[in-house]
Design a protein around this ligand. Structure first.
Ligand code: NJP
Length: 244
């Protein structure tokens, strides 16, 4: 069943080359939106755009590099004249006990999960003015609400995302721009590169982890609401993930 109101909307998804971003792109295309797929792995997003057809296009960009973010949104303005939906999804996490973690890892997580998200959001806002139902949604984490042992700095980046959205919502509400956070628990994706594959698989199996499509459904539900409705926050976790 098609959702209301997504046909011909223009969406930018960061981190669209895999996982939750890719799954959301597939759903939005199925709902009739135009989707700009953003990631660093050019071959992946180009192949996905090709598969999804004429309403998808691929733009390679590293969101942690501000000099790549400006041109990305200029291109969106030139191609579409504005933007309805931004999904800040690009993110990465390194797992380590805090005492063993390194400043290089801290910087990489903050540069993408926080600074990259801020750069994209700031560049997107002018393109959203005057477009009914415009919406910025960002993927945070259950770790951005409760913290997860072994992921302290990653969780700090996601707490930053939640805090930023709580304030941005107040700044943009009067302009009719909706601001939302989506907080998934464990999901079967490529996330968690520095965790041994077997350990990741065991944890996800034990929790019967979410599929990327489960999170994508939550995102699309929020996007598809009428312009007067803000779904401010969705926390979606595997039922067996009792904590955090
Ligand atoms: O993981 P993955 P997810 N510039 O690794 C992209 C959060 N989350 O779908 O650039 C641009 O498949 C990367 O693309 P590429 C998580 O924190 C997850 O799970 O080509 N793009 C890829 O498309 C994240 O915010 C779980 O390497 C950049 C995408 O990001 C979001 O979910 C639990 C980039 C990552 O896709 C999506 O991650 C949770 C950059 N600098 C929250 N750096 C979970 N999976 O369990 C990375 O609570 N990307």
């Amino acid at each position: 069943m098609k959702m209301q109101g997504l046909s011909d909307k223009v969406a930018v998804i960061t981190g669209a080359s895999s996982g939750i971003g890719e799954a959301t792109a597939r759903l939005l295309i199925a709902e009739g939106a135009h989707v700009v797929l953003v990631a660093r792995r050019r071959a992946r997003i180009e192949a996905l755009a090709e598969e999804l057809g004429g309403r998808a296009c691929a733009v390679m960009a590293d969101v942690s590099d501000a000099s790549q973010v400006g041109p990305l949104f200029s291109l969106v303005r030139e191609a579409f004249g504005g933007l309805d939906l931004l999904l800040n999804n690009a993110g990465l996490g390194f797992s380590a006990a805090f005492v063993d973690s390194t400043p290089e890892e801290w910087r990489r997580m903050f540069d993408t999960n926080v600074i990259g998200l801020l750069s994209c959001t700031q560049a997107a806002i002018p393109l959203m003015k005057g477009r009914p139902g415009a919406m910025i949604a960002s993927i945070s984490s259950t770790g951005g609400r409760y913290g997860v042992e072994g992921w302290s700095v990653y969780c700090a980046t996601k707490y930053a995302v939640v805090g930023f959205h709580e304030t941005l919502r107040k700044e943009l509400g009067a302009d009719g721009i909706r601001v939302s956070v989506i907080e998934p628990g464990a999901v079967w994706t490529e996330f968690g590169h520095n965790v041994p594959e077997q350990a990741l698989r065991q944890r996800r199996q034990a929790l019967d982890a979410l599929h990327a499509e489960d999170v994508a459904q939550a995102v699309v539900y929020a996007f598809a609401q009428p312009p007067r409705v803000l779904v401010q926050e969705i926390l979606v976790r595997p039922v067996k993930q009792i904590a955090p």
